[in-house]
Write a protein that binds this ligand. Structure first.
Ligand code: SF4
Length: 262
């Protein structure tokens, strides 16, 4: 048995996984920490699996003439309110802290400018109120208002994502097949996308809700710098060996996917 108290940076082991994806079962093997790890530390592996799901589903869509039109250099959707899970917020905070001071200051300025633009558009008060619910009318309206404020994500540089390899799951799951110009305003244009049969972001939100006791389990990405000041470590509350934790996470994802089907 691996020592559960060992540091997560110690030995890695292979862990097989399987996940139902559109009538088939997606199987693979990933490397996970053998010892105790947190859900935040497991994020790179979850992102790896998400990439496989997105790749599989995109290829299936392409084979029936529905190619994903999202390309580097098109940042139209990067003016939406991005749900950043608290575990993702923790990982991005650690990444930000590892950057050279000048880059940190540059990004801090970008976040500040985004918050000022949202304040000027009257959005901050709406965002911090707790009476809006994602996927209900209150949340949908807030998302539309946010998009109409036209505030770019602070990580968007020259219409490209500057954190592409570590971007949030929500960004990976946004797969548009309609012409990119329609994304200029999804609230009035008929933007079509590929529906993912399983969304790992939902499983992550589930754990986020449990840890934070917040019905969302995520924050708007634009609040990342403010959130980081609280020094929260949500990952410390969801731990296990790499294998155990991955299995628990994928079981949750499969459970939520079943709910989506029914
Ligand atoms: S994190 Fe990257 S992909 Fe996501 S909204 Fe920001 S710039 Fe766009």
């Amino acid at each position: 048995m691996p020592d559960a108290s060992a540091d997560a940076s110690a030995a890695m082991v292979n862990a097989g996984f399987s996940l139902p994806v559109q009538g088939a079962v997606l199987r693979g093997t990933v490397q996970v920490p053998a010892g105790k790890t947190t859900l935040t530390q497991l994020l790179p592996i979850i992102q790896e699996i998400e990439n496989v799901i997105v790749g599989t589903v995109s290829n299936q869509a392409k084979s029936v003439g529905r190619e994903v039109s999202c390309r580097a250099g098109c940042g139209a959707c990067c003016r939406q309110m991005v749900p950043l899970n608290v575990f993702e917020a923790e990982a991005l905070t650690q990444w930000l802290q590892s950057l050279p001071a000048e880059r940190q200051a540059e990004l801090a300025e970008r976040f500040h400018r985004a918050l000022c633009a949202l304040r000027d558009a009257g959005m901050i008060d709406k965002l911090v109120r707790e009476d809006w619910v994602p996927e209900e009318e209150t949340g949908t309206q807030l998302a539309v208002d946010y998009f109409h404020a036209r505030v770019p994500c602070p990580f968007l540089e020259n219409e490209r994502c500057s954190i592409h390899p570590i971007r949030p799951l929500a960004c990976r799951e946004y797969l548009v097949t309609s012409p990119p110009e329609l994304c200029q305003d999804p609230s009035v244009n008929d933007v079509c996308g590929v529906a993912l049969p399983v969304k790992l972001s939902r499983a992550l939100h589930h754990f986020g809700q449990t840890v934070t006791q917040d019905p969302r389990g995520w924050i708007p990405l634009v609040f990342l710098m403010a959130w980081a000041k609280g020094n929260a470590k949500p990952g410390d509350h969801v731990t296990g060996t790499g294998e155990e934790l991955l299995q628990r996470f994928l079981n949750q994802a499969a459970e939520l996917a079943k709910d989506m089907e029914s």
